[in-house]
Design a protein around this ligand. Sequence first.
Ligand code: NAD
Ligand code: SER
Length: 317
Amino acid sequence: MQEKILVVGSSGQIGTELITELRKIYGSSNVVASDLRKPDFFELDGPFEELDILNPQRFHEIVKAHGITQVYLLAALLSATAEKNPKFAWQLNMDSLFLVLDAAKEGLIKKVYWPSSIAVFGPTTPRVLTPQYTVMEPNTIYGISKQAGERYCEYYHQKYGVDVRSLRYPGLIGYKSAPGGGTTDYSVHIYHEALKKGTYECFLSENTTLPMLYMPDALKATIGIMESEAAKVKIRSSYNLAGMSFSPKEIAAEIAKHIPGFTITYKPDSRQQIADSWPQSINDDEARAHWGWKPGYDLSAMTADMLTHLKAALQSS
Ligand code: NAD
Ligand code: SER
């Protein structure tokens, strides 16, 4: 049967890139992009629907009109933005998930992808090589919504047989799209500023180590778990996923190998407190063992690739 995919929140950091990858696999006309707004900077070579995911009627109309079989739900408020508007963050992050899970429960769609985050962990979680199963007491509204979302995903799978799949993304880094209000956003901004100005003022302190993942690996994991046989996806809350871990000081040193003289300064803001509550590194043994996850990029390979692509984009603009 031909799969028909709806990506909700397709104009954001992940959606912009995921749409392109999904269209390569399933064909442009079978992957429907949807968001509040059209994307700023990529060619739409397939269907786009304007959708506020808080409008259930519009969501159902789109699902029916396109015969949608799978939904990737990416619309959310991320950690830093959510702290500024906690009530709305809870509404958006939770109501959108309920809507999509209920559509699967009612048989309107067959499969759901919903990303969780390292933000499900909190200050009482062991911070080094954080295991899949451990203490989870998140203290940000974003982390609380992701943890509740994970519980709902597992519940809908166990109670109603909903085929929902999820990954706890670390901070994601890519050259094609801008990050959307998270605590890890500095790790994208730093490359742009290094090339444009040769210097960067970081909003986290120099030794704040966080888990990160390069976008090609994130896309590989996302499509990988969605295409795995259902029996291999044994965890239906969300899988730990690791790529690399580094601090602002370490990424700056790596960039300086390519841009001699690059300097970094530190001016921690409210995002520091969020970062301090998150793990420094992640143990992803279950994802590796169950459905064959393996990352391809470390800090050095990612930095070389990011700078090559960003330099080329700057030269052609
Ligand atoms: P983003 O903020 O870049 O993109 C989110 C998109 O959702 C935006 O284009 C926005 O316009 C859209 N959106 C917002 N409200 C909407 C609504 N009511 N209806 C329809 N669309 C709406 O976020 P992202 O980085 O692409 O993240 C996608 C998902 O991955 C989120 O669930 C996020 O929590 C999760 N995640 C991201 C990261 C990361 O580092 N980027 C890490 C962990 C988890
Ligand atoms: N990159 C995300 C954030 O900082 C992690 O979920 O919010």
